[in-house]
Design a protein around this ligand. Structure first.
Ligand SMILES: [Ca+2]
Ligand SMILES: [Ca+2]
Length: 315
């Protein structure tokens, strides 16, 4: 089952007016589910809840007790759920709630100003990528069991930025949260190529002001002297400073849709790898002409470009 809006989350608003859930996905009854392109707000119990259900949990524990349908199609007991390109805002009891569901992907979502956690994952193990999780009135992401978190921005939540028991946090920014930035109670999660306020052990981690565009207006794009996408004016603007999070992600991560000049390396944060990634600044105006072989975009072809190419040779 796919439910997709025609014109995206700015135009398509599900206002639950203080009642129930926006979407409630229970077990495998509907098979794979995809929810895409909505604003979901004012749902008293949560914008989206995914529940593995007792039946599905029984399949996981003892396949003989489960339904033939679940056994045949979903050996792990969970039909995949994808929540993509949604704005999950102002839901009094939390944004996205996962309970005993092990196959949920949350991608390209803006999750803000919810009454408790932005994403609350209980006995679940979600994949969360390219999400802005900010200004929620508790934790940003609370993954009690674990999660794979890639290219996310968890900032200015009143509680913990990211609570993760196991799994990984990569290419992400965790900044300005009210309590701890990161909480890893079992010391089992790896954190790499992240900007964490106060610092965090791990390869490639930074502790430096990420230079968000405008936290007051909830714009968490990163400032750049070479160009930053401004969603209000729908244009590229230039700043007086450049974020240290540009080109600071994992050098082996694909840069995907980052516009030129992109440094040849993914940016940290929710817009890293997207068409809205801030442009790399090299201390001078953008190149007037693009030279073949200038991979990072600094208007020269030199050993840095050669190194970038060599790193990804024959990938
Ligand atoms: Ca980049
Ligand atoms: Ca170059």
């Amino acid at each position: 089952m796919t439910i997709r809006s025609e014109n995206g989350p700015d135009a398509t608003i599900i206002d639950c007016q203080g009642k129930g859930y926006g979407f409630h996905i229970v077990g495998n009854r509907m098979g794979p589910a995809r929810i895409e392109g909505f604003t979901i707000r004012h749902a008293s119990l949560g914008a989206v809840r995914c529940y593995g259900s007792i039946l599905v949990r029984a399949v996981g524990a003892n396949a003989a007790q489960g339904s033939a349908f679940a056994q045949a199609d979903y050996p792990f007991g969970y039909a995949p759920v994808v929540i993509n390109n949604c704005r999950i805002v102002e839901n009094p009891d939390g944004g996205i709630l996962l309970d005993s569901h092990d196959n949920v992907t949350i991608a390209n979502c803006y999750i803000a100003a919810n009454g408790t956690a932005g994403i609350w994952a209980y006995a679940s193990n979600p994949v969360i990528c390219n999400c802005v999780v900010v200004q929620n009135y508790d934790s940003g992401i609370r993954a009690i069991r674990g999660a794979e978190i890639t290219s996310c921005t968890a900032a200015d939540n009143t509680g913990i930025g990211i609570w993760i028991s196991q799994g990984a946090v990569v290419n992400s920014i965790v900044w300005g949260n009210g309590q701890r930035q990161l909480y890893n109670p079992d010391d089992n999660a790896s954190v790499t190529y992240c900007d964490v306020q106060g610092g965090w052990p791990g390869t490639g981690n930074l502790d430096a002001d990420p230079c968000f565009a405008a936290t007051r207006s909830s714009d968490y794009h990163l400032k750049s002297e070479a160009g930053r996408w401004d969603p209000n004016s729908q244009s590229w603007v230039k700043d007086g400073v450049t974020s240290p999070c540009l080109d600071a992600g994992d050098p082996m991560s694909p840069i995907s849709y980052e516009p030129f000049p992109n440094g040849g390396i993914i940016n940290m944060g929710a817009y890293g790898g997207t068409a809205e990634a801030s442009k790399s600044y090299f201390g001078e105006p953008l190149c007037e002409v693009i030279i073949a072989g200038d991979i990072n975009g600094d208007c020269r072809v030199d050993f840095v470009d050669f190194m970038l190419m060599a790193r990804h040779w024959l990938q």
